[in-house]
Design a protein around this ligand. Structure first.
Ligand code: G6P
Length: 611
């Protein structure tokens, strides 16, 4: 999704802005641009549809230099990804803006501004805002006041960076609905939509809150809150290092992140388990009193995080004896609900900035019908974390590949901690807890063994690369694993992939099965195994090519039309985590063969901060 970087410094900022844009590339975008105020106080701008490299080439030909600037990666919403629609947008050579989010009343504002003589060269909502600011500056007005007035007229979500040719030392930043941070340097300040953009220049950050607007100079930051009051926001030190987001020797971030899973799973569990128990203080000092009252779980999330929630539902009901509902946030937020007493509202999110998940949380908080809110999240400074009552951090580290991998498996580990912490207050016995904790201790090493399947899976991927469709089957908690496997494949290889609970096969998808439709089944050695076997025979009988990922102890055998992939034996409860990994590798290798942009698949964004 769109990315913002900005800087006011004593040195030339163009390199800093360009590096910032590179570091935001992972969010997904389709054009990029930069505007800098030069020594003559003229706003100079370069924009390019496509990758940041194209902008870089344009800058090599016509460099921009100056000590105040803003830059942007745009993910098209209003208008196509063209040079003209790329940010920054400029009003009458005087004001320049970069914007994340969507302005809902832009059409009405545009007509009004046109009537006042403003012309537009793009199809974007953003150009409306910059003209509005220019209009509100009038003759000789101040930029900060003009931005502040303009914000009162906007409906929708935004994060902005604004500069003006008449004020060469000032950068204005504002946020409502989209994240924005201020990076604090020595005699210089920066803004960005994500701390990772600024890690090469600072590790000190101020996180703007909803409705904040900031006047930023080299030496000072003055923040006004939504009510116009001057407020102090704390400066926080980020734990992320500038190199955490590097690819190292891996060909793609996604592969690196798949291989990081043993380590980040160990980190997610570290300090949270004794030999046979989940430590009670894991969820913070206030959690115990809340957990004692929990009678039901409502999970809300999007995309891959939603799949983690679907798996957890099986765990909550079968291991903890707690009723659990799961719903995608984009549906949940717009639906009236019946909330049972004692319902814990759980959001799951890698980024903590997904617009629908955040909106669902805010809706729930405003209704105050739930017992409490809990976020499982990977970004400590995110809005979701800051706005939830209780938090459990996954410790996956920065995830750059758009297709989520290590964030997902660490979410599962974190969810299992929650299942245990609540389960022991309900149906879970100490023996079950000890068995699960033993399994969790062994998990990182087990995932290491699964990664050794990489070369075999690479061979298997050849059978998929020329196909257009595929089916993924699973049962019980392995059904959402099949869904996640299908999602990975479609996201990065663009092969149509659908997941079904294996028992539903004969109620429709079987009609699609032929030699051109590979069918993947995840089949651990659990009680549903025999039933799954008969489902699979239905596929074989129709000439379908089956790929069965099964427990190494299984009695399945390779046969014509059936390729067996042995997966290390694992406790049923942890099978969902283990079986996810070979499916990640499968998607990766198929995408490699197809030559797609693995880390930045077309049309997708890492963090969907607009609706
Ligand atoms: C986007 C990403 C997915 C992610 C989903 C939810 O669609 O491409 O990988 O699963 O958003 O994101 P979140 O940050 O809330 O987990």
């Amino acid at each position: 999704m769109c990315g913002i970087v900005g800087a006011v410094a004593e040195r030339d900022v163009s390199r800093i802005l360009l590096e910032g844009l590179r570091r935001l590339e992972y969010r997904g975008y389709d054009s990029a641009g930069m505007a800098i105020l030069d020594q003559e106080c003229v706003i100079r701008r370069q924009r390019a549809a496509g990758k940041v490299e194209r902008l870089e080439s344009a800058l090599e030909e016509t460099p921009l230099t100056g000590r105040l600037g803003i830059a942007h990666t745009r993910w098209a919403t209003h208008g196509k990804p063209t040079d003209n629609n790329a940010h920054p947008h400029v009003a009458r050579d005087a004001v320049a803006i970069v914007h994340n989010g969507i302005i809902e009343n832009y059409a009405a504002l545009r007509s009004r501004l046109q009537a006042d003589g403003y012309s537009f060269s793009s199809e974007t909502d953003t150009e409306v805002v910059v003209n509005l600011i220019h209009h509100n500056m009038g003759q000789g007005g101040e930029l900060f006041e003009a931005v502040r007035t303009s914000l009162t007229e906007l409906e929708g979500a935004y994060a902005f960076g604004v500069i003006c040719s008449a004020e060469p030392d000032r950068l204005i930043a504002a946020r409502r609905g989209s994240p924005l941070v201020i990076g604090v340097g020595i005699g210089e300040h920066f803004i960005a939509s994500d701390v990772s953009a600024l890690l090469p220049v600072t590790q000190e950050f101020i996180f703007l809150e909803e409705g904040d607007i900031a006047l930023i100079t080299r030496d000072a930051v003055i923040i006004h809150d939504a009510r116009g009051k001057v407020v102090e926001r704390p400066v926080k030190r980020s734990q992320l290092s500038a190199t955490a987001a590097d690819k190292g020797s891996y060909r793609h971030y996604m592969l690196k992140e798949i291989y990081e899973q043993p380590r980040v799973l160990a980190e997610t569990l570290e300090g949270r388990l004794s030999r046979d128990r989940v430590l009670p203080e894991v969820f913070g000092p206030d959690a115990g009193a809340v957990f004692d009252q929990v009678q039901r779980i409502q999970i809300v999330a999007c995309g891959t995080s939603n799949h983690a929630g679907m798996i957890a539902r099986y765990w909550f009901e079968s291991l903890a004896g707690l009723p659990c509902d799961v719903e995608v946030a984009s549906e949940y937020r717009y639906r009236p609900h019946v909330v049972s007493p004692g319902t814990l509202f759980v959001t799951i999110s890698q980024s903590g900035e997904t617009a629908d998940s955040l909106a669902a949380l805010r809706e729930v908080k405003s209704q105050a019908k739930h017992l409490a809110t809990l976020a499982i999240c990977n970004v400590a400074e995110s809005s979701l974390v800051r706005e939830s009552d209780l938090v459990l951090m996954t410790r996956a580290g920065p995830e750059i590949g758009v297709a989520s991998t290590k964030a997902f498996t660490t979410q599962l580990a974190a969810l299992l901690l929650l299942v245990i912490a609540l389960g022991r207050r309900h149906a879970m016995t100490a023996d079950t807890e000890a068995r699960l904790v033993e399994g969790l201790h062994a998990l990182p090493a087990l995932i290491d063994r699964v990664l050794q399947m990489d070369a075999d899976i690479a061979k298997l991927s050849e059978a998929f690369a020329d196909k257009h469709h595929s089916l993924f089957l699973g049962r019980g908690p392995l059904y959402p694993v099949a869904m996640e496997g299908a999602l990975k494949l479609k996201e990065i290889s663009y092969i149509h992939a659908e997941a079904y609970p294996a028992g539903e096969l004969k109620h429709g998808p079987l009609a699609l099965v032929d030699a051109e439709m590979p069918v993947v089944a995840v089949a651990p050695n659990d009680e549903l195994m025999e039933k799954l076997k008969s489902n699979l025979q239905e596929v074989q009988a129709r000439g379908g090519q089956l790929f069965v990922f099964a427990d190494e102890r299984t009695t399945f055998e390779d046969s014509p039309g059936l390729r067996l992939v042995s997966v290390p034996a694992v406790d049923d409860a942890l099978a969902a985590v283990v079986y996810t990994v070979p499916l990640q590798l499968l998607a990766y290798h198929v995408a490699l063969l197809k030559g797609t942009d693995v880390d930045k698949p077309r049309n997708l964004a890492k963090s969907v901060t607009v609706e």
